[in-house]
Design a protein around this ligand. Structure first.
Ligand code: MOS
Length: 698
């Protein structure tokens, strides 16, 4: 750490990760690296059909293979599980409850787990296992036209006010455009991995997840166990992005550990992740905007269609983005979803907001063009005073501050608004901008802070550092709260035995955990009278923020940003190169500028990848993916990434004890629109379908 002797105020100082040395030297062990004696290895066998029933699982020959210990499947003694409960984030995806029936709801559905002494033996046997099916016709075709096939009983998620038809008719300028985004995957660097074992009547799962109390409580529900009899540990996590909750790998590992009464590890392969760990649904969106000649919005309509599986309803709520961004006399947003024979989609970084901001922020740019207005000026003319639907005041809304600082640094004032007129050799050049926003919230958490006899402090909280730098941020926050230096504070995370805490999700994690640590540290300082002798076991104070959070005054709480991009387009090859990007954010107090900048830039890189590269192609005939790996699923590489700058306007939230608002997701919001708007500015052609591939540009 670079902070050992800082006299006061660790929050706000750029600090390298407290576990950074362990990570780069290999001392930090990830879930699949932790050794166990008597460890057995499970390998999942996935369905090759998209819909139907399993007729037979021919376990006999496989059980004769070297090292094979068991084959779990729906017809075997696999333990029964329940998915009929409401967890922290609602009803679980029943696809986590594997081996319970013979139905196959999608390609890549787990039909068996082969367990063996080594992972190589398990893999070889899994590949040899013969499974036969009764195949039924499947339907995986997603398109805008299928909005009429909406899930039965799934009421469309509609928020509306005003007379849309009347306001559109009364508008001097009207835009009506359709946008699409493809299926996208969050295939994080560390695949999902879990080791389950029973220890003196207690189930322990060593995992890689976004919340260990969350996973522990869901596993307890599924296996009908007392909450106290399940412990989940997840110390280091190589990425999560929304996909690391309860998934089949933990469930299968617990089943096998129960049957075999020895530790069992299940690790997913990169290819398996494409069907087992969720993804972002494709979207088909329609945006209609109506404005007076001066750009003031009279009508805003945004409808979005996404897909879900036949067994679980997950809605990619893309139309939600406009609900708090812009007001209009008539304001109509609706999210539709259709069930298809595909795996369940899930939360993927900035769920809803990433595809929704592509459509709406592209449409706003198109409207500005039609009004003959600068796109930043158009946005300035439509700044709402209060929440368009809630009527509540904004806790903070510094969108325009982000635009003015961003415009200054990007050189926006010199921009010629005409499209298609700048050249650099064979390249056409353009610049674009878009708004960014994400909701800012906080969840209840508990924490314990111990003053140790040696003068150091230990914080225990079931936080998850999924690569964000949360552990380091919490160390800085605890140091300030305890009026000490970060080197005297150790923050222990990722163990459900530390007590209930909110998940690393929804951009809520660090803020929620910081609040709990602040509360416990404050309590501890009251316990520690000057000159008090600390006993060998230390002095511990505990907190629970549920009551304090419940008294937060109701306000519109969001973070904001302005995204800028410059692109070069080769009209001969269709190639789009992003030359530079700038994001200016207003997102509460920034705890650690070093890792916060990484978060913003990482989100913007992902937005670039979304704009130009990412697209999972589903084969209609098989119902599965074409190229379900990191060769077939194209992501931005280093050579695609230009200079990216991210910075912020300091903006501490007065209602938060640290001033935090959460920055986990906002970096990707609006990025793709800024790039698409720049491509228009370069070429004069609007691209409303992502990714903007060379063949689409030509
Ligand atoms: Mo995030 S998609 O809420 O983990």
């Amino acid at each position: 750490m670079t902070t050992a002797t800082r006299p006061k105020g660790s929050v706000g100082a750029a600090t390298t990760r407290v576990e950074g040395r362990d990570k780069v030297t290999g001392a930090a062990r990830y879930a699949a690296d932790i050794p166990f004696t008597e460890l057995a290895h499970g390998w999942l066998v996935l369905s090759t059909i998209a819909r139907g029933r399993i007729s037979s699982v021919e376990t006999g020959p496989v059980l004769e293979m070297p090292g094979v210990l068991a084959v779990l499947h729906h017809g075997s003694e696999a333990p029964r599980v329940s998915t009929d409960y409401a967890g922290l984030l609602g009803k679980p995806d029943p696809t986590a409850g594997v081996f319970q029936h013979d139905r196959v709801p999608h390609v890549g559905w787990p039909v068996a787990l082969v367990v063996a002494e080594t992972s190589e033996q398990a893999k070889e046997a899994a590949e040899a296992l013969v499974v036969t099916y009764e195949e039924e016709p499947h339907d995986v075709a997603f398109s805008a036209a299928r909005v009429d096939d909406e899930a039965e009983g799934a009421a469309p998620d509609t928020v509306e006010k005003g007379d849309l038809a009347a306001e559109l008719a009364a508008s001097a300028v009207v835009l009506d455009a359709e946008y699409t985004t493809p299926e996208e995957h969050h295939s994080m660097m560390e695949p999902h991995a879990a080791t389950a074992h029973w220890d003196g009547g207690r189930l322990t799962v060593v995992d890689s997840n976004q919340g260990s109390t969350w996973v522990a409580s869901e596993l307890a529900e599924m296996f009908s166990l007392d909450q106290d009899s399940v412990r989940v540990i997840s110390e280091h996590v190589g990425g999560g992005f929304g996909s690391k909750g309860v998934r089949v790998h933990q469930v299968a590992a617990v089943m096998a550990a129960t049957v075999l009464q020895r530790p069992v590890r299940v690790v997913l392969t990169r290819r398996q992740m494409f069907s087992l760990t969720g993804y972002r649904s494709p979207t088909a969106q329609r945006v209609r905007l109506g404005a007076d000649a001066d750009g003031r919005l009279r009508a805003l309509a945004h409808s979005s269609l996404s897909l879900t599986s036949q067994v679980h309803e997950f809605v990619e709520s893309s139309a939600g983005f406009g609900r708090t961004m812009y007001d209009a006399d008539a304001h109509h947003t609706v999210n539709h979803v259709i069930p298809l024979d595909v795996p369940s989609p899930t939360w993927m970084r900035a769920p809803g907001q990433a595809p929704g901001s592509f459509a709406l922020e592209s449409a706003i740019d198109e409207l500005a063009e039609k009004c003959g207005l600068d796109p930043i000026e158009l946005r300035a003319r439509n700044e709402p005073e209060t929440g368009p639907f809630s009527g509540l005041p904004f806790a903070a809304r510094n969108l325009l501050g982000c635009f003015s600082e961003g415009a200054r640094r990007f050189g926006w004032a010199d921009r010629d608004p005409r499209p298609g007129v700048r050249r650099d050799g064979r390249w056409l050049l353009g610049t674009g901008t878009a708004s960014s926003s994400y909701h800012a919230g906080v969840g209840p958490s508990t924490a314990a802070v111990t003053a140790e006899a040696d003068g150091t402090f230990t914080v225990r909280i079931t936080a998850a550092d999924i690569g964000t730098g949360a552990r380091t941020a919490l160390t800085l926050i605890a140091a300030d709260a305890l009026e000490t230096t970060p080197d005297r504070v150790r923050v222990r995370i990722g163990d459900s035995d530390f007590g209930q805490a909110f998940i690393a999700g929804g951009s809520l994690g660090t803020r929620s955990w910081a609040w709990a640590i602040m509360a416990a540290a404050t309590e501890l300082r009251e316990l520690l009278l000057p000159g008090a002798v600390i006993p060998p076991e230390g002095v511990t104070a505990r907190s629970d923020t549920a009551a304090a959070i419940a008294t937060l005054p109701p306000k519109e709480r969001h973070t904001y940003g302005a995204q800028f991009a410059e692109v070069a387009v080769d009209p001969g090859t269709g190639e789009v190169r992003v030359r530079r990007m700038l994001g200016i954010f207003s997102a509460g107090r920034i705890v650690n500028p070093l890792t916060a900048r990484n978060q913003f830039v990482g989100g913007m890189v992902w937005g670039l990848s979304m704009a130009l590269h990412e697209e999972a192609i589903r084969d209609q005939a098989s119902g599965g993916h074409v190229g379900a790996d990191m060769a077939g699923y194209h992501i931005a590489g280093n050579a695609d990434i230009p200079l990216i700058e991210a910075d912020w306007i300091e903006d501490a939230d007065p209602d938060d004890p640290v001033g935090i608002n959460g920055i986990g997701e906002i970096g990707i919001v609006g990025t793709a629109a800024a790039i698409a708007n720049a491509v228009w500015h370069a070429t004069g052609v609007r691209h409303r379908d992502l990714p903007i591939r060379p063949d689409r540009v030509l």
